[in-house]
Design a protein around this ligand. Structure first.
Ligand code: FUB
Length: 470
């Protein structure tokens, strides 16, 4: 019972196989909208990028994970992805009972080892299992007949999930895993299905929550992982921090945040170089109908600094559909901005305007909303960035609660020109329509501050669900 309750907590806090379908996903994020996907792991073999993902099957409004199998997606351009089908499922592990959580695939000697988080269906709860196949697409079968790591493994994590396996240049393989702030590591034997020596608790992986991803670049070891400290994410959400080390078992030095919180409560990184470009692969709740248990894998480019640190990834928005009730395409700089306002009602959430949520209508404040009831007249919301952003468009999704907050009478976009706020040049109409992204275009500006002046209708206050800066 304690374990089931723990499962629900984890869900809140963290957070017969089907044939391939070869319908390409859109050449943009998310990699597919045909199903909900989560917990990506990336592997490059030859000229193909393989993404191994979990599969969210929770119903709309569901409050826990429903995950039964894992899919494989392939791409040769990191843009269009093909679903190769569910290549592994809970039923592939006869000793397991459910919960096909995060996984990762590691090649060795012509074989592909697929490490999974899975419910052992016995004493204890989540385990690490391992399947093996002869190609990146399998077929995969249980490699061990039981868990590789379980609660009975000495010094195991408080929650044995989220394996990441890394093979060093000398052939030694390492497995990192864990959740509930309990990162663990061990060497793997050359057979890849047995631990080689004790489980260690690597030092220096500060603020670790779960979802480790290990790799090496230019002789330095990198460990990215989900963290949920107040320095990087709102309560209940997670960012991705990373640490570096000169030894595969540490000690590690934490280097900061590489991915801000996303629109789902959980966050889960995979970092990979493909065709000379580095990518951050992760999930969010951005697909239509998405949510914390209906996530979607997406990817964005990742760039390096000369000193080997990673630049924070800019989360791009999804150009699915475009227009109408869908957000316009382009890089939404709101995601990296600090928001402020002339006034927000104490019970409302200013940060909601920049969480990338796609509202189902102007009354949909399920992800929070900015509102200034009971003020009337002109109020403003504003974005600030530490360095200038090139901007030429905003998209505003108004909040209308059919009570004291109504659509505004008018609005105007302004920017800080170094000494004062002035209207953005060449501004098109500032739309005040309901149930849509009102797009206002202007001549490109470079600024650290962008402001939206909102003037209410007589007798009403105003509100905003999303304000995109592109
Ligand atoms: O998908 C289930 C769990 O949520 C994963 O194992 C965690 O990493 C989090 O993404």
């Amino acid at each position: 019972m304690r374990r089931r309750w723990t499962a629900i907590l984890a869900a809140i806090l963290t957070i017969a196989l089907v044939p391939a379908t070869t319908v390409p996903a859109r050449a943009a994020t998310p990699i597919t909208t045909a199903i909900y996907t989560a917990d990506p792991a990336a592997l490059v073999v030859g000229n193909t990028l393989y993404l191994y993902t979990g599969h969210d099957e929770a119903p709309a409004g569901g409050t826990n994970f429903v995950m039964r199998d894992w899919h494989v997606y392939t791409s040769t351009d990191a843009s269009t992805f093909t679903d190769q089908g569910a290549k592994l499922s809970v039923s592939s592990f006869p000793w397991a009972g459910g919960d096909a959580w995060a996984s990762e695939v590691e090649p060795r000697n012509g074989k592909y080892y697929w490490y999974t988080s899975i419910n052992g269906n016995g004493p204890g709860w989540m385990n690490i299992g391992v399947a093996v196949g002869d190609s990146p697409l399998g077929p995969f079968t249980d490699a061990k007949g039981g868990p590789l790591i379980s609660d009975s493994t000495p010094n195991s994590s408080p929650l044995n999930i989220d394996p990441t396996v890394f093979t060093d240049d000398d052939g030694q393989a390492y497995i990192y895993w864990g959740s509930y702030y309990g990162v663990r590591a061990a060497k793997l034997k050359p057979d890849m299905i047995n631990l080689d020596g004790p489980v260690v608790t690597p030092s220096g992986v500060s603020n670790f929550w779960e979802a480790p991803w290990m790799f090496k670049r230019n002789g330095t070891y990198y460990l990215a992982y989900a963290a949920n400290d107040s320095g990087c994410s709102q309560p209940g959400y997670a960012c991705v921090r990373y640490a570096t080390a000169s030894n595969p078992l540490g000690p590690w030095t934490q280097r900061g945040v590489v991915l801000d919180q996303v629109t789902s409560t959980t966050n889960h990184p995979a970092i990979v170089e493909f065709n000379g470009q580095w990518y951050m692969v992760y999930h969010n709740a951005g697909a239509p109908g998405g949510g914390d248990f209906r996530r979607s894998v997406t990817l964005d480019k990742l760039y390096w600094n000369a000193d080997g640190t990673m630049q924070k990834v800019v989360q791009t928005t999804t150009p699915i559909g475009g227009g109408g009730g869908q957000p316009p395409a382009g890089t939404n700089h709101a995601l990296t901005a600090t928001a402020s306002t002339s006034y927000v009602s104490p019970w409302e959430t200013l940060g909601a305007i920049k969480d990338g949520f796609v509202p189902s209508g102007s009354a949909d404040h399920s992800h929070g909303a900015y509102g200034n009831w009971n003020h009337q007249g002109t109020e403003w919301i504003e974005y600030q960035w530490p360095t200038a952003r090139n901007l030429s468009k905003v998209a505003t999704y108004w909040f209308d609660d059919d009570q004291g907050i109504d659509l505004p009478a008018s609005c105007q976009v302004q920017y800080w020109n170094g000494s004062a706020y002035v209207n953005v040049p060449g501004q098109s109409a500032c739309g005040v329509g309901a149930n849509t992204y009102n797009v206002t275009t202007f001549n490109q500006i470079s600024t650290t501050r962008l402001r939206l002046n909102i003037t209410s209708r007589t007798g009403y206050s105003t509100g905003v669900l999303e304000w995109m800066a592109l």
